[in-house]
Write a protein that binds this ligand. Structure first.
Ligand SMILES: *Cc1c(COP(=O)(O)O)cnc(C)c1O
Length: 346
């Protein structure tokens, strides 16, 4: 009997099974650090905005996320017309792939790059090419070695998840200037707001001044709005225009849009956290193994408040990398075993 057949590439993607959250004892909350949920929660203003929208669930949201794009533009000094919002940066990454990748094309990501990249690449029939990392850090020369005349796109998580390492901006610039102009460079800045190293930059200026670079941000991490699924991208007008043609006309829900607007306007909430908690000595993220730390401490950075004290210790980092490896090998069982789940008392 014949039956519908998925297009080429779809069944090459390993099915994703999220790790189960263990049921905690009464009075304890479990922070699933494998998903990088913040233990601090969102801004109270974001919660209020969310609750207010809850009284009008019958209305469609405004379709272009204008109020949110305006707030983001103000916060980062960006033209709101060059911003696109999505249901998590996951949707944004998939939209990028949808617009720029197809059968015969290649997209490069690094060895421990974010798991959504191969899904987005292969989901559009393109070939996934994996560049080696050196000491758990993306390496520009390794990425460039992977570039062929079929390469259309390079995914770069900077800082990277799950390694916590980053590429200095000078290296990102070298990557951009060494890549052919028609290759889209996607800078995934999910953790940019945690980095305070002088040689780091998320690349918004590069996206302002080139025709082939975009930067993606999410509200899931530092803003604590993972449940709402909201992220955004800044890029050249022609790229944003192409993506807007394929995105769903109401892709961002009203609660997500308005809570995110309130969150980004509440700069005190975001800035207060790392200072306060670091001073109390509660958070000492240390996700890299010793050898990596010693060899390249300068380049190391970690999402400062993403890792509660209970998660300190070296086992966390290899576990999450192991989980990532398993994911790429498509072993579900090994993957859920490897996912780091941390209990911390609230
Ligand atoms: C969390 C994360 C994202 C996506 O987050 P969304 O929840 O889909 O907005 C993208 N890239 C990296 C590197 C991440 O860690």
């Amino acid at each position: 009997m014949s039956r519908p057949v998925p297009k080429a590439g779809i069944l090459d993607i390993a099915p994703y099974t999220p790790g189960k959250t263990p049921v905690p004892e009464a009075g304890r909350k479990v922070y699933k650090l494998s998903a990088n949920e913040t233990p601090f929660g969102p801004s109270p203003h974001a919660k209020e905005a969310f609750a207010r929208v809850g009284t009008h669930l019958e209305d469609y949201p405004e379709g272009t996320s204008k109020v949110l794009r305006d707030a983001i533009g103000k916060r980062y000094g960006l033209d709101p017309d060059r911003i696109i919002c999505g249901a998590g940066s996951d949707e944004i990454l998939n939209l990028i792939a949808h617009v720029y990748l197809g059968p015969g094309d290649e997209a490069v990501h690094t060895e421990y790059g974010f798991l959504v990249y191969p899904i987005a690449t292969m989901g559009n029939g393109a070939t996934n090419v994996v560049a080696k990392e050196i000491e758990f850090t993306c390496n520009v020369d390794e990425i460039l070695k992977c570039v062929t005349d079929k390469t259309k796109l390079v995914w770069l998580a900077n800082p990277n998840n799950p390694t916590g390492s980053y590429l200095p901006y000078a290296e990102v610039k070298r990557l951009r200037s060494s890549l052919p102009d028609h290759v889209l460079l996607v800078l995934d800045a999910a953790y940019a707001d945690y980095v305070e190293k002088p040689d780091y930059d998320s690349g918004l200026d590069m996206a302002k001044t080139t025709e082939n670079t975009v930067v993606c941000y999410t509200f899931s991490k530092v803003h604590g709005l993972a449940a709402l699924r909201i992220g955004w991208m800044f890029g050249p007008e022609h790229i944003v225009d192409a993506m807007n043609r394929v995105r769903g006309p109401f892709n961002v829900s009203a609660p997500a849009m308005l809570a995110a607007k309130a969150a980004i306007e509440d700069t005190d909430h975001v800035e207060a956290r790392p200072q306060g908690d670091a001073e109390r000595g509660e958070f000492h993220p240390d996700p890299l193994p010793d050898h990596a730390r010693h060899d390249r401490g300068r380049r190391r950075c970690v999402p400062d408040q993403a890792w509660p004290r209970a998660a300190r210790g070296r086992e966390l980092r290899p576990a999450s990398v192991a989980a990532h490896d398993h994911r790429h090998r498509g072993s579900q069982r090994a993957r859920s075993r490897g996912l780091a789940r941390i209990h911390a008392t609230q």
